[in-house]
Design a binder for this molecule. Sequence first.
Ligand code: HEM
Length: 128
Amino acid sequence: TDGGTLYERIGPEALSALVTRFYERVAVDPDLSPIFPADLTATAEKQLAFLTGFLGGPPLYHRTYGPPRLRARHLPHAITPTRGWAWLACMDAALHDTPQIGAAEARELYAALSRVAAHMVNTPDDDG
Ligand code: HEM
């Protein structure tokens, strides 16, 4: 429906399905899997909590972990432009794999995440 927050328009079940599908992609992505833990259970739980608040739902991540400070939390990981695009490609694929998310909501979510992903890049590609 129109009008509510993106969280309300997508709904918790579809958001959870999206996050599951996203990390299924990350787990087999050759650029991303090396920098992620082998067991993505906790990572996926944090991401679902973060996105819930980010999209206008209850601030689940803040309540448990405090301010996200996402760029700082990503500094221990080499986030190259290549990995930024790979992350977004996994998200795009996951959105297409989650048909309960409507096209307008998928576009808005992807646009918002593109901005955050660009902000996370902290390392140049080593493509000499
Ligand atoms: C954590 C990679 C973009 C949200 C992480 C972790 C890695 C990572 C390696 C640590 C996983 C773990 O140890 O559990 C990347 C890469 C990105 C990216 C390569 C490409 C640009 C984003 C974006 C968001 C995001 C766009 C938000 C929309 C998070 C959150 C965590 C996390 C919430 C958990 C932080 C915590 O430990 O509390 N990311 N990330 N990431 N990422 Fe990203």
